[in-house]
Design a protein around this ligand. Sequence first.
Ligand SMILES: [Zn+2]
Length: 134
Amino acid sequence: MYDILKDLLNLAKESGKQELVDLANEIQADLFNMREENQNLKEENRKLQTKLLDDKKLKNIEKDLIPHIQAFYTRKSDKIERLYCARCWDKENNLIQLQGHPNWDQYGCKDVYCPECKSRLFIYKKYIDEDKKF
Ligand SMILES: [Zn+2]
């Protein structure tokens, strides 16, 4: 396309007709604008497709989450029970596993924290059992 345009411009110049040269220049300018617009649209399209994929991924995670009274989530699909920070998910859709000692202490309590937002939670087993009633 650009070679054709170059030929056209040369022919117009050779013809000595300024009107033809102006027209060829106009076509060239339009083509450059269209090329730029096309690149912008491609970029916008790429971003939208990425966003669409991310939204779909988030929706799937959201469907998988089980909320608990004590401000954490578990996931239906987890084979072993993991706890996730409710603050990080609710605020930023960031699924962060709470860390801490995995076992219940003598009071049926787990002391866990979020490595991302540094929230600390004391989770009581009795409340998790209560969650299951809802
Ligand atoms: Zn967090």
